[in-house]
Design a protein around this ligand. Structure first.
Ligand SMILES: Nc1ncnc2c1ncn2[C@@H]1O[C@H](COP(=O)(O)OP(=O)(O)OP(=O)(O)O)[C@@H](O)[C@H]1O
Ligand code: NI
Length: 335
């Protein structure tokens, strides 16, 4: 069998933020792999640590208050913590590009959008300024914005349009790895579908690997090959689309499915997961999900679940899958 090649391999990564309220345990020893050409969905409620994971891959965690306290991140097999700041900057421009939640993070308000895209193209392709402007217009057209609007400034565009400009910019680098942090939340449904479609096409054409951060399981179902479910800085379940959707193992993942709108089950009543995400400066003992888990038993309050391998592709972190813990989930929906 041919060995798999990976764009991203994260091992035992931990990240903390020192705040006046205490130390925020944002990421607590996660593993994450993205195979070349594949898309991994990172899903979880607000505060789970998704953006922090993405920023770690770019070494863009603000320090202070943030600090990577442990673990390794390999990009294309190379440890990014061994790179100089300059090398890291080159990687950010070249190997990986990120679409942030807020488009204004990436846009310069005093430069026309065409010039901004052209600037990226000039950095990455052997073309002159004039050719770069023509390509910039083509990139705009590609994301559904008329090329003649290239001379306009960010404030002349709506939120959704700005996000499409950012996507055009990210794609202009033709990155090996594209990290998209909730890239379509500001877009209306039709544009959202167009943008996702576009990302899919580019992925097929260029073999781009992707990390897709989202709250939306519909998007996951559409674009992802594998899914990692994140809770309180832990990856609590990981698997292929089929593993996660058809053989849901973790009570939290199950809760997410019941609480989020689902195109297939539009008429079903939504059941929010009771309770709130734990205080990240004071995570619960035992399983971090236990205070909200309807299957919680005494042992869950004290024993931290380990990662259990359910199949070649499917892992879960829940005591119900550790035979010696004596925890059962009950109900027919679980594997
Ligand atoms: N710069 C910072 N200073 C202090 N705490 C931070 C900082 N950035 C993130 N955090 C904390 O780290 C934890 C993880 O945050 P993160 O932004 O990674 O979550 P997320 O999963 O991306 O959430 P969302 O869906 O809302 O974007 C949260 O508790 C957050 O408050
Ligand atoms: Ni985020």
């Amino acid at each position: 069998m041919q060995e798999k090649e990976y764009s991203v391999q994260i091992r035992d990564l931990s990240v903390q933020f020192s705040t006046t309220d205490g130390v925020v345990h944002a990421i607590n020893g996660i593993d994450l792999d993205i195979e070349k050409g594949k898309t991994l969905g990172l899903v979880g409620e607000t505060g789970a640590g998704k953006t922090t994971t993405a920023l770690s891959i770019l070494r863009l965690i603000p320090d202070p208050p943030g600090e990577i306290t442990g673990g390794t991140i390999l990009l294309d097999g190379k440890n990014i913590f061994e790179y100089s700041l300059q090398e890291m900057e080159d990687i950010r421009g070249d190997y990986v590009s990120m679409i942030f939640q807020d488009p204004m993070t990436s846009l310069n308000p005093v430069m026309s959008v065409g010039e901004q895209i052209a600037e990226v193209i000039l950095l990455h392709q052997k073309v002159n300024k004039k050719e770069a402007m023509v390509r910039a217009q083509e990139m705009l057209e590609l994301v559904g914005i008329p090329g003649e609007r290239a001379s306009e400034y960010p404030h002349q565009f709506s939120g959704g349009m700005k996000q499409r400009v950012v996507i055009a910019m990210a794609l202009a680098c033709n990155p090996n790895l594209l990290i998209a942090d909730e890239p379509t939340t500001a877009l209306d449904v039709t544009i959202q579908a167009q943008v996702l479609d576009l990302m899919q096409k580019l992925r097929e054409k260029y073999g781009t690997s992707m990390l897709m951060i989202t709250h939306d399981l519909g998007i996951v179902a559409e674009v992802c090959d594998e899914v990692s479910i994140m809770y309180a800085g832990y990856i609590v379940e990981h698997g292929t689309l089929e593993d996660i959707f058809d053989h849901t193992a973790h009570p939290y993942t199950k809760g997410l499915f019941d609480s989020l709108p689902n195109i297939k089950r539009r008429n079903e009543e939504l059941k929010p997961i009771p309770g709130l995400m734990p205080d990240p400066t004071d995570l619960p003992s035992g399983c971090p999900f236990h205070p909200r888990c309807s299957h919680c038993q005494e042992i869950c309050k004290t024993r931290m679940p380990q990662i259990t391998q359910l199949s070649d592709t499917h892992t879960v972190r829940c005591l119900a899958y550790e035979p010696d813990a004596g925890v059962t989930l009950g109900g027919a929906d679980h594997v």
